[in-house]
Unconditional design. Structure first.
Length: 320
């Protein structure tokens, strides 16, 4: 199978590239800074020679977009919006112009599209799209607008021969350096892995191997299109997530953090408190209905595996 990964050099792209290549697929990565033979240069905005990789491939998985691990300044928010919308638009243009278009286009989206809430979980059918919640920072609504425009760029692309799926992904947990699990584990080991602002806010996540398996599942299932939640069936409050991670990593305690302490910590890490404080209670409705089975459905199992692999110096387990 020929797979093209626009934006495939980030954490999630690295996970997917590594797994698909190990499984014997021919993977081409589109990147602004090619470093390997399988890398092809693109700018994420305009058509160019890179479209030759799209014409004749089987699958496109577009992961391009500026990292959300940054301060949410107006400039950075605009860059997050533009990089996602522009890349989805130009990928759609390349597919539309292809003589042999791919049979499926999986477009990265985000579970952040759903509303901040504690009472009920969001699935694709009954979930509430965010942006109008009371008592949350106004700029959180901009994150939702980014997600909505991201999905709209894919949905409106004129690609009738190509099935389109929007991946509303939760936090992808892998033992790779620089990923979200790496940050959480580092905080736990420093004794800072306690509840943040009470810790009642839900965290949705997915184990890296289940993320890869879900992508493969969606590639094979010709009857599934539109938005799909890529999240484990077990979202849990932040305080419980960190308690379980401390247990898995052998850390006896974690200092709690107030909201203002979280603000200071996010500033020091050049990140934003939305990533810590927004309650993302998202479940995989369509995946479960289609018969997908998670290998790591609980955080206890996932955290133990990720800590073991991190200690062993392996990014993932053996071939599936």
């Amino acid at each position: 199978m020929k797979v093209v990964l626009p934006g495939g050099t980030g954490q999630v792209g690295t996970v997917l590239d590594r797994a698909l290549t190990a499984a014997g697929h021919e993977v081409t990565v589109l990147t602004r800074h090619p470093e390997r033979e399988r890398h092809v240069q693109w700018d994420g905005v305009t058509l160019g020679p890179w479209t030759e990789a799209v014409d004749g491939c089987d699958v496109v998985v577009n992961l391009a977009g500026r990292s959300v691990s940054c301060r949410y300044t107006p400039e950075n928010l605009r860059a997050m919006m533009d990089s996602r919308v522009d890349s989805a638009r130009v990928v759609g243009e390349a597919i539309a112009a292809a003589e042999r278009p791919p049979r499926v286009w999986l477009q990265m989206s985000t579970a952040t599209i759903y509303a901040h809430r504690f009472d009920a979980a969001h699935d694709e059918g009954t979930g509430v799209i965010g942006g109008s919640e009371a008592d949350v920072p106004g700029y959180w609504g901009y994150s939702v607008e980014i997600a909505k425009n991201w999905e709209r760029a894919q949905r409106e692309a004129p690609t009738p021969a190509t099935r389109k799926v929007a991946l509303r992904a939760a936090m992808v947990m892998s033992p790779d350096r620089g990923g979200v699990f790496d940050v959480l584990l580092g905080l736990a080991r420093l004794g800072l892995g306690g509840p943040v602002a009470g810790g009642a806010q839900y965290v949705s996540w997915i184990h890296d191997e289940d993320f890869v398996r879900a992508v493969e599942f969606l590639v094979d299932r010709d009857d599934i299109d539109g938005p799909v939640n890529l999240a484990s069936p077990g979202p849990l409050p932040q305080r419980d997530l960190m308690r379980t991670l401390r247990t898995a990593s052998g850390v006896p305690f974690g200092l709690p953090a107030t909201r203002w302490m979280a603000e200071l910590g996010a500033f020091a890490l050049r990140s934003d408190t939305e990533l810590l404080l927004k309650s993302r209670r998202v479940v995989p409705g369509r995946l479960r209905e289609a018969g997908f089975e998670f290998t790591r459905p609980t955080w206890e199992s996932a955290a133990a595996d990720l800590v073991r692999r991190r200690r062993g110096g392996t990014s993932r387990g053996g071939p599936r």
